[in-house]
Ligand binder design. Structure first.
Ligand SMILES: Cc1cc2nc3c(=O)[nH]c(=O)nc-3n(C[C@H](O)[C@H](O)[C@H](O)COP(=O)(O)O)c2cc1C
Length: 359
């Protein structure tokens, strides 16, 4: 399907009238809203005055919000915008933050100053927020009814499906000797013998470059993985702050630096385990927009240090005693791995356990 546009304005730039091929943009038809804007892969949105000039529209649910914004004075409070979007104030800060350069303050501190958003910014933030609320497309397949998500929407569902995810808090050191910490839940060990650990880092942009963690690993060729556990969950969260390279997240989060061997970044004393990784390689991954980049970073795990108190007498590690916290879907969901939910299964062996299948 094609959408006819009379005039489009994206980021203040006018482009000529024309048709938008359906696969270029993230479009959903909302005839009842009889409007508005659409979003492209970078979630850019048309300004308010586009309303009259488009035959159709899109960003699911943004119609009523734009109408409301048009009828109010210039600025809107964070709380009011959150209400309109059916979201929490925190979500608004989060998306607002994505539109800002590095800012070392916490979302809460920033919000005190922020208070109100300009209409233009409110539209951008609302569009991003609403786009993360996927409009479910339903389909019957066989006997069952499924919600189908494609393209960018898949990020939302994958985040919830591939969960719970353990959280690695990666410790690195910059070329200038600054210590850095950041949590990663797109994170796993992918080979057993020799053990290889991998994590995915997003959010590269031309102004900021790579995340500090990635840049430090590229520069110094090693890092330490700490396990996020319940006792230091709040501090772990603080280490996620997107701060400039000179900012030391250990100090900001109030975490204790453990002395690693010479040449290695400090470990987090509050974490019961530390895994020492030597940099192996990186792979650039597909990204949602041309000026964004995602990257996979891999390291060989050369040593693990584990607190004696979580090691059983036979030398095996009691994972539940580590009390790890895990990411669920959505921006704020976590779960504590509860003792008692553990169960065991013995793997089938070929050929004895498959007697009935034999020809
Ligand atoms: C629980 C949690 C998990 C996260 N997982 C990831 C992830 O897998 N990939 C990613 O790019 N960012 C992830 N983040 C966000 C980064 O930690 C954040 O962008 C951080 O500021 C990067 O820090 P740096 O620039 O100091 O390296 C996560 C944040 C939290 C709170």
């Amino acid at each position: 399907m094609q959408y006819r546009v009379l005039r489009t304005v994206v980021d203040g730039e006018q482009s000529p009238a024309g048709d938008i091929p359906a696969n270029t943009y993230h479009l959903v038809h909302y005839p009842q809203d009889n409007l508005i804007a659409w979003t492209d892969a970078r979630f850019e949105v048309c300004p308010l005055d586009i309303q009259e000039q488009l035959e159709i529209a899109h960003c699911p649910g943004i119609g009523p919000i734009l109408r409301k914004l048009e009828s109010t004075s210039d600025d809107i409070s964070v709380e009011a915008l959150a209400d309109l979007c059916g979201a929490g104030a925190y979500d608004v800060y989060r998306y607002f933050h994505d539109h800002r350069d590095h800012d070392p303050r916490s979302p809460a501190d920033r919000s005190k100053e922020l208070g109100h958003l300009s209409k233009d910014l409110a539209v951008r933030v609302a569009t991003e927020l609403l786009n993360w609320r996927v409009t479910p497309q339903s389909r019957e397949i066989g006997e069952a009814h499924y919600m189908i998500s494609e393209g960018l929407d898949v990020a939302l569902t994958v985040n919830a499906i591939c969960a719970p995810r353990w959280i690695a808090v990666n410790s690195t050191i910059s070329r200038d000797g600054i210590h850095n910490l950041a949590p990663y839940s797109c994170s796993q060990f992918i080979a057993y013998k020799e053990p290889v650990y991998t994590f995915g880092a997003q959010g590269y942009n031309e102004e900021r470059g790579w995340q500090d963690t990635v840049q430090n690993i590229l520069d110094t060729k090693n890092f330490v993985v700490n396990l996020a556990t319940y006792n230091w969950r709040e501090q772990m969260n603080k280490t996620a702050i997107s701060a400039p390279p000179w900012f030391d997240e250990f100090e900001y989060a109030g975490l204790t630096k453990g002395n690693s061997s010479t040449g290695w970044p400090p470990f987090v004393v509050e974490s019961p385990v530390h895994m020492y990784c030597e940099f192996l390689d990186v792979t650039e991954l597909p990204a949602a927009a041309p000026d964004r980049k995602n990257i996979e970073v891999r390291g060989k795990i050369v040593r693990t240090d584990i607190l004696r108190s979580v090691v059983r007498q036979d030398g095996s590690v009691d994972t539940l005693k580590l009390d790890p916290i895990e990411r669920l879907g959505g921006p704020t969901g976590y779960v504590r791995v509860a003792k008692g939910d553990e169960f065991h299964m013995v793997r089938p062996r070929w050929p004895d356990d498959a007697e009935e299948q034999k020809p």
